[in-house]
Design a protein around this ligand. Structure first.
Ligand code: FES
Length: 434
């Protein structure tokens, strides 16, 4: 059965379901790491808040991450410098570096297997890309360096090393910060209006609302159905493999990633747009059999990530016309630092505090990118595909995922059990599978 190593080991605190009519200053919808961090910081600031979660906290993508805490998000800084300028590139870097420092500070009081590790991006093809990234990162103030050899069974042509990054156990950390917060679980928000949200059993009024539901589920504003798509990627946890002493990822989007957790080596990869085909577990297992023949697979699981159009998360006002509605989404594969940066930024915005990093993450920034055309093409193609099995989000044709026995939507990544039961949003209800 697919289950992450994190889920096996932790009992998270439980919270009651919400009933009746409730008022709060700030409502947070979504109890993943980002939402819970928002609640944690709002409580520290003395703000009246309530967090509601459809299932249980950490039951979405948080439990399926590889839990690398790093500002090294593949090779992003050379591209950011060239396309967005120095100010935006520096804002992105230092928002994420600050996030690492926050984790380090909080983890000092939480038993969450926090470990300092260097982080590496390697290339199998072109070391000039790595050298350009080293130059860019150094110019932004981080002492990154070019490394010729990596301790992986791959023909790498070099890597960039970021010092003083980290890894941890995400659910142990979540358990530590969630205890004592004002959270209600099993409270599925069915609708959202200005200053108001409702579930089947409760109605909540709030001055401000923060949406941290992985994929923002309100279609009326922000055009997130055009600005986001989702990717699945896969992880196998191997024992008797290797201690690699750091965190590694291929610069190529279809490449693999590596980190240790205790005696285990976590190998990630096989990714693809949700609803499409990709290497999946088979690709990882073939790699493990060839390169770590004495290793045994202990766990396997899949992750589901929201991808933005320009590689930068959407954090801030849901759209320019919703001053009291906020959002955080599109963390790509880097949800640990992304969640922390988002929680700090959103808390500042809710409190009316100027935040120097708000511009680079603004969901209202210009979005004319090639990926916008890809997303539009996928939506058009799958809306026009004739089949009775349709996604309840916006009506695209669902695709059968034979590896995981689920129905997946290529448009925005909603997923459903074999019988149509909802697994992943942005759909907010079950699919009718005839
Ligand atoms: Fe949007 Fe399926 S997720 S149509």
């Amino acid at each position: 059965m697919s289950q992450s190593v994190w889920s096996r080991e932790v009992r998270l605190p439980g919270f009651e379901k919400l009933h009746g009519t409730v008022r709060t200053d700030v409502l947070i919808i979504g109890g993943g790491l980002c939402g819970v961090l928002c609640a944690y910081f709002l409580k520290l600031a003395g703000v009246d808040y309530l967090l509601v979660e459809a299932d249980t906290i950490g039951s979405g993508v948080t439990k399926n991450t590889t839990a690398k805490i790093t500002s090294q998000h593949r090779l992003i800084y050379d591209r950011l410098l060239r396309t967005k300028g120095r100010e935006a590139a520096a804002a992105y870097l230092w928002a994420n570096e600050k996030a690492i420092a926050e984790y380090r500070r909080l983890a000092a009081q939480i038993d969450c297997d926090f470990e300092d590790r260097d982080s590496f991006v390697y290339t199998l093809s072109d070391d000039a890309k790595i050298e350009a990234e080293v130059t860019a990162v150094n110019a932004l103030g981080i002492p990154a360096e070019f490394i010729e050899h990596v301790p992986l069974p791959l023909d790498a042509r070099g890597a960039i090393r970021f010092p003083h990054q980290a890894q941890f156990h995400p659910l142990k950390f979540l358990a530590g910060i969630a205890a004592g917060l004002n959270i209600r679980e099993h409270t599925f928000i069915r609708g959202l209006a200005p200053h108001r949200a409702w579930s089947d059993d409760a109605e909540i009024s709030a001055d401000k609302i923060i949406v941290t539901t992985h994929f923002p589920f309100l279609n009326k504003h922000g055009s997130y159905f055009l600005k986001l798509y989702q990717e699945r990627s896969y992880v196998i946890a191997l024992e008797h493999a290797a201690d690699i002493g750091g965190m590694y990822v291929d610069e190529a989007a279809e490449g693999m990633s590596f980190r240790n957790y205790g005696e285990l080596l976590l190998v990630g990869g096989g990714g693809h747009r949700t609803g499409k085909r990709g290497g999946g577990y088979e690709e990882l297992r073939e790699f493990a059999a060839a390169c770590y023949p004495n290793a045994a697979e202990r766990y396997h699981w899949a992750a589901q990530d929201c991808m933005s159009l320009d590689g930068i998360p959407y954090i801030g006002h849901y759209c320019a016309r919703t001053p009291e509605l906020f959002v955080a989404s599109g963390f790509q594969k880097w949800g640990m630092t992304g969640s922390m940066a988002a929680a700090r930024l959103l808390c500042d915005q809710v409190l009316g505090i100027q935040n120097e990093w708000s511009g680079v993450f603004s969901p209202s920034r210009s979005m004319i990118t090639p990926q916008l055309l890809v997303n539009g093409w996928e939506a058009t193609k799958n809306l026009l595909t004739p089949t009775t099995k349709r996604c309840p989000h916006l009506g695209c044709a669902l695709k059968w995922n034979a590896a995981e026995h689920t129905w997946d939507c290529p448009c925005h990544g909603s997923r459903f059990e074999e019988d149509g039961t909802l697994i992943d949003n942005p759909a907010t209800g079950d699919a009718n599978i005839k």
